[in-house]
Ligand binder design. Structure first.
Ligand SMILES: [Zn+2]
Length: 68
């Protein structure tokens, strides 16, 4: 995951992240028809925008790094 900072207000912890994800999921249905996700792999993830929860704007939000 990526961490962000809002240069406008200094917020480093609260953002709305808008993304689109392509994923593979192994869905396992039991006889009752309940589906359980046993495995999930993110194939592709695209960030559309990151909006500061305090300023409500994406304009000053910058990436500060990734935690892995
Ligand atoms: Zn902000």
């Amino acid at each position: 995951m990526t961490t962000y900072r809002c240069d406008q207000c200094g917020n480093k912890t609260r953002f709305d992240v808008y993304d689109t994800v392509a994923r593979r999921r192994f869905e396992h249905a039991d006889f009752a028809g309940d589906i359980e996700i046993e495995e999930e792999e993110i194939l592709e993830r695209t960030i559309q925008k990151v909006v500061c929860r305090w300023c409500d704007t994406p304009d000053q939000v910058i990436e500060t790094g990734a935690d892995r």
